[in-house]
Ligand binder design. Structure first.
Ligand code: HEC
Length: 64
């Protein structure tokens, strides 16, 4: 997996971890936590798109 940039892998791991936590919270009927984690997870979508897919999502700006 050396082709992918380190930052991308980091963001991807964070995303998957948070998605997993959302699933766990839902499994234990902890919907309050699930909602808060869900918003954290969608933030992950945005962070990655603004860094690595801003040609696809033109309104997102790269933070630099
Ligand atoms: C770790 C990085 C990363 C994360 C996290 C991520 N994406 Fe993406 N996403 C990408 C990249 C890169 C592309 C552009 C792919 C391309 O241009 O071929 C993309 C493209 C997309 C597209 C467009 C697909 C298309 O056919 O044009 C959608 C929709 C999308 N992502 C939704 C999401 C949603 C919803 C989430 C969160 C739940 C998410 N993504 C999380 C990196 C990510």
């Amino acid at each position: 997996m050396k082709i992918l940039p380190k930052g991308f892998i980091k963001l991807d791991q964070k995303f998957h971890m948070t998605a997993n936590e959302v699933a766990n919270a839902v499994d234990t009927n902890d919907f309050k936590t699930a909602i808060s984690l869900y918003s954290e997870m969608t933030q992950s979508c945005l962070s990655c798109h603004s860094a690595y897919a801003n040609d696809r999502f033109k309104n997102l700006k790269t933070k630099k």
